[in-house]
Write a protein that binds this ligand. Structure first.
Ligand code: ARG
Length: 482
């Protein structure tokens, strides 16, 4: 390379480097001589994701400013200035007039720096005794609390729609399945109430997680706690927390609450997925158990006849995100030393993804179930398949004092015989049945009828319509008290 060429390259490189460097961040740049590389800036920025926290961040800052006023760190006048500025910023963000800056890293610094322009010196006092480490954990708890309340409402609404359908089909018989093979008759209402129960556990899990999350980190500052006389109990009350964190190092390091919510949402996600899998199967032309409304189906771009259950499929597929997000959070946390580490910034992408999937999917599934038409005739017709009352026949023999294992074997032989004839056991003549056991007489028909089979299962948790009705009434009361 010639001397001139080398010089040219050097000039070019310097030019490029100058372009990549920027001014020092005004909020933490005191000890820095040079600005960040532009790639560093975009790499470290989380604003695209954490700006979702703006409302709770502002609420938290107003409360914190009030605590600073009480502690005489700022004057009442300064508090008013800060509050007014923050309220103004809130309305600017809401009306889309706020300009987010990537260079200011995150939601906290974007808002603080905007406040400096509105409230001058007073704004510069807001961060006294506070760190983004206790701030972000406080914000995230408040945000998730709101989002989980939304999930709880959506779960309840979905449960209401399930109960309505279950009530309509309290006595509609259908085949119950194990291994996806016809097993025993149940009612459609009973099957739907199984969905209700799954969702009820999800509801309780989220309530538990919400309660454990309700611990205020604010006042922990960076990691060592604050030297200012901040009234933490006042802050907890104002911001809706049940208690105060008892260890500042733990408070800024802990993301158990995020993992716990993500875990509860992933269990809920797989429940939604299993429900949707049944809906996909049932709406197929092989099953024809349910008909979905146009609102939740789409067509095919090539096959004109198609009406696909895409919403149910996407809820089923999308639930994998809740599982992936939980795994993401667990691996994010696994090797982190205490206390705060920047890795923690990446928790939001995971948990926000799970929360959004959950709230949208719950709302859509409620709509789908509300308008779902049930094909009672097909459900009933399928109860004439799969030797569905074979277990009832064994019960009959037990009632006639045959030991159960022997009855099981005898019915097995009867089933094999019926299948060799290509009929169902209830289609066999009494004389044919008696060849297998003399204990059988006319009254066996009472056991072979699927409807009678259902009516006999009256224990708590059973499929008898009288029992399902009781469970529906209990569920309605549970939901009315929410
Ligand atoms: N954006 C950061 C986060 O979400 C805020 C905390 C930053 N703290 C720090 N020491 N750099 O975790």
């Amino acid at each position: 390379m010639g001397k001139e060429e080398a010089l040219q390259i050097l000039v070019l490189r310097n030019l490029l480097m100058a372009k990549n460097k920027d001014t020092v961040n005004p909020l933490w740049g005191g000890r820095f001589e040079e600005g960040n590389d532009s790639l560093t800036k975009s790499y470290t920025s989380s604003i695209d994701i954490d700006k979702a926290l703006y409302e709770v961040d502002i609420k938290g800052s107003i409360a914190y400013a009030e605590a600073l006023k009480q502690a005489k760190v700022i004057s009442p006048k300064e508090f008013q200035k800060i509050k007014k500025g923050l309220v103004k910023i809130l309305s600017e963000i809401k009306s889309d007039k706020f300009e987010w800056e990537e260079g200011l890293e995150d939601v906290h610094m974007n808002i603080e720096s905007a406040l400096a322009k509105k409230a001058g010196n007073a704004a510069k006092k807001l961060h006294t005794g506070r760190s983004r480490n206790d701030q972000v954990s406080t914000d995230l708890r408040m945000y998730l609390n709101i989002k989980i309340d939304e999930s709880l409402k959506n779960i309840t609404y979905l449960q209401k729609n399930i109960i309505k359908q279950a009530e309509k089909h309290i006595a509609s018989i259908m085949p119950g399945f194990t291994h996806l093979q016809i097993a025993q008759p149940v009612t459609f209402g009973h099957h739907l109430m199984a969905w209700y129960e799954m969702l009820e556990r999800d509801y309780m899990r989220l309530i538990d997680a919400k309660n454990r999350m309700s611990v205020l980190p604010l006042g922990s500052a960076a990691l060592a706690g604050s030297r200012y006389k901040i009234n933490r109990s006042f802050l907890a009350k104002k911001l809706g927390f049940q208690s105060l964190s008892r260890n500042s190092i733990d408070a800024v390091s802990d993301r158990d609450f995020v993992i716990e919510i993500a875990s509860s949402l992933s269990i809920l996600g797989i429940h939604l997925s299993r429900i949707c899998e049944e809906i996909v199967l049932w709406s197929s032309s092989q099953f024809e158990y349910v008909h979905l409304s146009d609102e939740v189906c789409t067509g095919s771009s090539i096959m004109p006849q198609k009406r696909n259950p895409d919403v149910a499929e996407l809820i089923r597929g999308g639930s994998s995100k809740t599982v992936a997000n939980l795994m993401g959070l667990l691996s994010l946390m696994k090797n982190l030393p205490l206390s705060y580490n920047r890795d923690l910034q990446q928790d939001k992408e995971f948990i926000f993804g799970s929360v959004d999937y959950t709230n949208d999917s719950l709302a859509l599934l409620a709509l789908l179930i509300k308008d779902m038409k049930v094909n009672i005739k097909k459900l009933e017709a399928d109860c004439k398949l799969g030797q569905i009352t074979a277990t009832d026949l064994a019960d009959y023999l037990v009632d006639k004092s045959m030991p159960f294992r022997k009855a099981h074997e005898t019915v097995g032989k009867i089933v094999a015989f019926a299948e060799s004839k290509g009929v169902q056991i209830f289609e066999l003549e009494i004389s044919e049945l008696r060849k297998f056991s003399k204990l059988i007489s006319e009254d066996v028909n009472y056991y072979l009828d699927p409807v009678k089979s259902i009516n006999s299962r009256t224990l708590v948790g059973g499929t008898a319509p009288s029992r399902v009705k009781k469970e529906i009434n209990t569920a309605k009361k549970v939901i009315a008290n929410r």
